[in-house]
Design a protein around this ligand. Structure first.
Ligand SMILES: [Zn+2]
Length: 81
C-alpha cells in the first residue's frame, strides 16, 4: 500500500471539487481569516465576530464596529489580496 502524506492544511467543507484548485485555495485563506478568533476591543472577549458584511460585533457587550468584509484590520486585508 502506498502511504500518502497528510494534508498540511485542513480541507474546508463547502466547495467540494468545484471551481478549481486556485479558487478553492483562495476561498480557504479568506474563510480562515474570517473565522479566526478575535478579541473584542472593548471587553476583551473572544466572542467578537462578523455579523454581516463589514459589520463586526461582540455578542457579550454588544459593541459594534464597521470594518472590513473579511477582516477587522483593513490595511492587512488590502495588502494581501
Ligand atoms: Zn465585547
Amino acid at each position: 500500500m502506498v502511504s500518502r502524506g497528510k494534508h498540511k492544511v485542513a480541507r474546508l467543507k463547502g466547495l467540494g471539487v468545484k471551481y478549481g484548485a486556485t479558487l478553492r485555495k483562495r476561498y480557504g485563506t479568506i474563510y480562515r481569516l474570517l473565522k479566526k478568533k478575535r478579541r473584542c476591543p472593548k471587553c476583551g472577549s473572544v466572542k467578537f465576530d462578523r455579523q454581516a458584511l463589514g459589520i463586526w460585533s461582540c455578542s457579550k457587550c454588544n459593541y459594534k464596529v464597521a470594518a472590513g468584509t473579511y477582516d477587522v484590520n483593513f490595511e492587512r486585508a488590502k495588502s494581501k489580496y
